[in-house]
Write a protein that binds this ligand. Structure first.
Ligand SMILES: Nc1nc2c(c(=O)[nH]1)N=C([C@H](O)[C@H](O)COP(=O)(O)OP(=O)(O)OP(=O)(O)O)CN2
Ligand SMILES: [Zn+2]
Length: 121
């Protein structure tokens, strides 16, 4: 049996989008309550009944959450122009080495806007 396992995280952060045209409201510094869904896929271990302990996802995310939460995203290496697309790619590169079967990352920037990414660079 194969299954997909998803863990949800959230962080608060400020950003600007400096590449946008002069006058665009997103060039002004502002903040979001970001939500991040990390999904892995794999075979379910027949004895234990899980793909792997979702604690592994939390452990891999901990240093990233500490870096991002209440931070200014533009100051973080690789996030100089922090759209949700860029954030999704950034999370993928950071997490892939530690999370076997990483399948999808979804970033919510507002209640109505999200980006999903499956590792296709
Ligand atoms: N493709 C993307 N488009 C936009 C991004 C992004 O990362 N990728 N980001 C932004 C800004 O961060 C902006 O702050 C988002 O806020 P807003 O435009 O107000 O978003 P809403 O979902 O609330 O927009 P409504 O259309 O008013 O519902 C902008 N675009
Ligand atoms: Zn924004």
């Amino acid at each position: 049996m194969r299954a997909r396992l998803t863990k949800l995280f959230r962080f608060e952060a400020a950003h600007t989008l400096p590449s946008l045209p002069e006058g665009h409201k997103c060039r002004r510094m502002h903040g979001h309550s970001f939500k991040v869904e990390i999904s892995i896929e794999g075979e379910v271990d027949e004895t234990i009944g899980w793909v792997y302990d979702h604690k592994h996802i939390s452990k891999a995310m901990k240093p990233l959450m500490e870096l991002l939460d209440h931070g200014y995203l533009n100051d973080i290496e690789g996030l100089e122009s922090p759209t949700i697309e860029r954030l999704a790619g950034w999370f993928w590169k950071k997490l892939e080495p530690d999370l076997p079967g990483l399948a999808e990352i979804v970033i919510y920037e507002t209640p109505t806007a999200r980006c999903s990414f499956k590792g296709e660079f």
